[in-house]
Structures are given as C-alpha cells and as structure tokens.
Design a protein around this ligand. Structure first.
Ligand code: CP
Ligand code: NVA
Length: 317
C-alpha cells in the first residue's frame, strides 16, 4: 500500500477534490482490507499512540461514532470537542485554535457550517485536517458510498448513478467522486437547488478523463431511467431548517424517491442515502427499508473508509 502522495508536508482532505483517482483507489483498497481484518479478528493497532481531535459545530451520529470507534479499533484515541465547549465559543480564533491543537493532536476532523472554517483550520494547523461535513462538501461520506457501490456492483467504472433532490454538500462531493472513478452521474433537482457550479465544472473536467458523464436536469423520470444506483439526501440539511416549508413544497412530490422511480431504474438497482433520512419526504419507507436499499452497509462503510483515510494521512501504512 502506497502512502498518499502529496507535495505538502501534510495531507488535508476537505473535499473529494483533494484526492486523486489513485488516492481514492488506495483508500478503498485499504478500507476493504481493514474491514476483512476487523471482521476476522485480525485488526492491527496501526494508530497506537495517535490522537484525533473532532471539532463539531453541528450534530452528528455516524460521523462522530465511526471516527471515535475507528480510532479506538486502530489502537489510538479520539477526542470529541464540541465547538460550544471550547474557547472558540468565546471568540478565540480558528487560527489560534488550529495552532494550539496542532501541539497536542496528530489529526483534526471538523464538522462545520461555513466551509471556510475548515479551510482556515487546515491552513493554520500543522497536522492533517479532515472535513467531517461542511455546508459545501462531505468527502468521508463519498468514500463510504464508493466502497458500497464497488462492493454491490463489483466495479465502479461504467456505472450510472442518479441523484434526486437537493444539490447539497453530499451531492457536490459525490459528483467529484463519481467523475474521478468513471461513474456517470445525473442530478435531478429543481431550479435553484443545483449543486455548486464550481463542483459541476470540476466533475465534468475529471469525467472527461474517465468517461463519466455529469448531467444536471430538472426531470427526475428521465434521470432515473436505467440507473444502477439511485441516491438522495434530506431536503433540509443542517442549517436550512428555516427553509423547511419552502423546500418541502418545492421538492414534493416530484423529487421523492419512491417505488415508481425505482421501477424506472435497472432491475438490480441499489438505493443509497447518507442518513439521517426522513421517510415520506425524500424517500418512501418501502424503498429505504426495501430489498434494493443498501443504506446500512453504506453507514457501516463510513467506519472502514475513515480508518483507511486516517492510516494513510497519519502515514501509518
Ligand atoms: N451521514 C452522516 O454524516 O451522518 P451524521 O450526520 O449522523 O454524522
Ligand atoms: N446534507 C445533509 C447531510 C447529513 C449527513 C446535511 O448537511 O445535513
């Protein structure tokens, strides 16, 4: 296993844009290996003596628990730092926080509102910084999604994925992850809810190299046709609660993943969702709890890909 190649002294992962196709592939391969080792009782303490600090401005279930358990399984420690409990809440700057934490920790994972906050942390920390979700990107989720797709479809290149709903943080990074691994992605969303223009542009450039098409449309029916994978996310991301009524009226019923949508996809199509999900909103219960849903393996894979990412950026492998 090669270490992540970087010209810098440390590797920050703030978006899938920070990872080359080769690096993504290394992470997925190592994740598969660590998963098998863990399940067969042969886990190695690759991060013994290392400490991860986890700053959270927003709530989390999966990200917090999978990073904490992941560090524990690798023989290291993880420390939960609620942004409201540390001096950040009293006005200490992100710059000074980054410099201080770099004196004690080996790696920082941060979940923030404004993407600039995690960028500033990375700029001022001398240790690697991982984005555990910002308003714009969610790279760890996408690594788990790619591993899940690979496990269920036995390949990535040549697959076709359809995203229905909000062109949000998960969608932005999923486009980049798909484009870099040769998965064509169609995003069906209402006007005004498209993914970031910059992410679309970058994904299209990457897609040219791998043969992946990146399409943005308002038509969910055309988008779902013959898809290998159908994906959605909440219509109301953290921080958008004030827009709930407008969003629900805009997205429903047209952009809901239901059995009619799944019937348009391939017979063996899988359904993915990063969770948490709202049944009856972005997805119906029969789909998320049905045969084509892989949301639980997808959630489990957060643990395995993050362990691989931590090992690679802390140069334990
Ligand atoms: N998918 C995900 O990131 O879940 P949490 O918000 O629970 O961490
Ligand atoms: N788009 C969602 C993802 C949650 C994991 C949010 O930002 O709330």
């Amino acid at each position: 296993m090669k270490t992540l190649k970087t010209s810098l002294s440390k590797k920050d992962v703030l978006s899938i844009a920070d990872l080359s196709a080769r690096e993504i592939n290394s992470i997925l391969t190592l994740a598969g290996k660590l998963k098998r080792e863990h399940k067969s009782g042969n886990a190695r303490p690759l991060l013994r003596g290392k400490t991860l600090g986890m700053i959270f401005q927003k709530p989390s279930t999966r990200t917090r628990v999978s990073f904490e358990v992941g560090m524990y399984q690798l023989g290291g420690e993880a420390m939960y730092l609620s942004a409201s409990d540390i001096q950040l809440s009293r006005g200490e700057t992100i710059q000074d926080t980054a410099k201080t934490l770099s004196l004690y920790l080996d790696c920082i994972m941060a979940r923030v509102y404004d993407h600039k906050d995690v960028q500033t942390l990375a700029d001022y920390a001398s240790i690697p910084v991982i984005n555990g979700l910002s308003d714009e990107f969610h790279p760890c989720q996408i690594l788990a999604d790619l591993l899940t797709m690979q496990e269920h479809k036995k390949k990535l290149k040549g697959l076709s994925l359809t995203w229905l709903g909000d062109g949000d943080n998960v969608c932005n990074d999923l486009m980049l992850g798909c484009a870099k691994t040769g998965v064509s992605m169609t995003v069906a969303c209402p006007k005004g809810y498209e993914p970031l223009e910059e992410a679309v542009r970058l994904a299209r450039t990457e897609g040219k190299k791998t043969g992946a098409d990146i399409v943005i449309t308002e038509d969910p029916t055309a988008a779902a046709k013959d898809a290998d994978i159908v994906v959605t996310d909440t219509f109301v991301s953290i921080g958008k609660e004030g827009e709930r009524a407008t969003r629900e009226a805009t997205f429903l019923p047209k952009y809901q993943v239901n059995s009619d949508i799944m019937r348009l996809a391939k017979k063996d199509a899988i359904f993915m969702h990063c969770l948490p999900a709202k049944r009856g909103m972005e997805v119906t219960a029969d789909v998320i709890d049905g045969k084509s849903s892989v949301v639980w393996p997808e959630a489990e894979n957060r643990l395995h890909v993050q362990k691989a990412l931590l090992c690679l950026i802390m140069k334990a492998i």
